[in-house]
Design a protein around this ligand. Structure first.
Ligand SMILES: O=C(O)CCC(=O)C(=O)O
Length: 253
């Protein structure tokens, strides 16, 4: 068991949980080196990043399926611990669904709008995201924000939004960016983290993040875990197709 009763109860009540030092700062630093290789393009991988429409600066880099190219991540301690915790929270059938890098460069004004992961994932029955900080993530870096208890309601209507700050390499995906409609975020909780700390949020928990106003990079690694999908949304089907084409391309090289 990795969690205490109090932690499991907090997750059931709030829909999110902070786990300090899921990995050590040294492990986080090692992963950050791989991470920076991907984010800088040194390690070849398709990205959906683009420019920040407002400033023209580099926008948030959202890189899908990093562990397709960084294969040693698939069996890394962070992944094993994330899965073990997800199973303690939601049951033994929980499996890895997919992963993504959310990197905000210095002075990147991009905000991730309020949403529920369930709006993207569809009828996966149950799921949780482990968001691991690979460097210090303060409020000024644009840390994760959660609405406590929001997982207890249903999946809210989400508007489709074409965000111009990323996905320019794949405009098809941009049209599927989702924003929860009509929410009151006055009770939101901001969660700053140290390198190696993680949050776990339920797939129905409303969450968002602000821009990075600091001079340092904000490094977040999301690992999405769910019951084996029976029905997935068209968005997820496209994502899966994209991953397959990506891995085909990468293996052909
Ligand atoms: O990294 C962020 O700012 C947003 C991440 C997110 O929405 C998620 O991991 O579900």
């Amino acid at each position: 068991m990795m969690l205490s009763d109090a932690q499991r109860q907090a997750f059931a009540r709030d829909g999110f949980l902070v786990v300090k030092q899921l990995i050590t700062p040294v492990e986080a630093k090692e992963l950050a080196a791989d991470y920076d290789g991907l984010a800088s393009g040194q390690i070849r991988h398709a990205t959906w990043n683009g420019r920040d429409g407002a400033s023209g600066n580099l926008g948030m880099r959202q890189i899908p399926f990093p562990s397709l190219v960084l294969e040693h991540w698939q069996d890394h301690a962070y992944r094993r611990r994330a899965l073990a915790i997800a199973r303690e929270l939601l049951g033994a059938e929980i499996e890895f669904l997919f992963d993504q890098i959310f990197m905000k460069p210095p002075h990147c004004g991009v905000e991730v709008p309020w949403h529920q992961d369930a709006a993207y994932w569809g009828e996966v029955g149950s799921g949780v995201t482990c968001w691991l900080a690979l460097s210090e993530v303060t409020v000024a870096h644009g840390c994760m924000e959660f609405l406590p208890g929001s997982h207890l309601g249903g999946i809210l209507p989400h508007a489709k939004a074409a965000l111009d700050h990323h996905y320019e390499a794949n405009p098809e995906m941009a049209r599927n960016h989702l924003i929860a409609e009509g929410i009151d975020s006055s009770t939101a909780v901001r969660v700053p983290l140290q390198a190696g700390d993680a949050t776990f949020h339920h797939f129905k928990t409303l969450h968002s993040s602000g821009g990075n106003t600091t001079q340092s990079v904000r490094r977040g690694l999301a690992t999405h875990l769910s019951l084996p999908s029976q029905r997935i949304t068209r968005h997820m089907a496209r994502l899966a197709e994209y991953a397959q084409s990506l891995s085909g391309k990468l293996h052909a090289e």
